[in-house]
Design a protein around this ligand. Structure first.
Ligand SMILES: [Zn+2]
Length: 133
């Protein structure tokens, strides 16, 4: 079970909305499967249909987290015109097997959904998310 607070979910959704029409990307840190902090990153991908976190920002963040003995719990991104399920590119780029891949789907007007996926035997499988108030 993966635990994310309502506050963090709201920060991710707000980040996804203000990044439109582009995808957003960011990290949740914490311990094990419980996320407690939010770290938005800059999407430097060309075009609006994918994401690539700014490498300098990402390396700096991962170093900081390691120094603080915190884990990268989840890496999130949004699909401005798609559902909250992995694209074929997401399946190829699932580069952090220990971190949860969170996807925000924004295809439905005014209704956002968020799903989590983990790599298992080379494929991404949906996992259960617990949102805590
Ligand atoms: Zn995607």
């Amino acid at each position: 079970m993966w635990i994310i607070s309502r506050t963090l979910v709201n920060k991710i959704l707000a980040h996804a909305q203000r990044s439109l029409p582009r995808e957003c990307v960011g990290v949740l840190s914490g311990h094990g499967r419980e996320a407690s902090d939010w770290h938005p990153l800059t999407n430097v991908a060309e075009g609006d249909h994918t994401f690539l976190a700014d490498a300098t920002e990402q390396i700096r963040l991962f170093k900081e987290l390691r120094a603080q003995e915190r884990d990268v719990v989840a890496i999130y991104h949004s699909h401005p015109r798609g559902s909250a399920s992995p694209s074929s590119l997401d399946r190829e780029l699932a580069a952090y097997p220990d971190a949860l891949m969170l996807i925000v789907g924004m295809e439905t007007d005014g209704r956002l959904e968020m799903n989590g996926f983990m790599t298992r035997d080379g494929t991404l499988e949906a996992v259960e998310l617990t949102i805590r108030d």
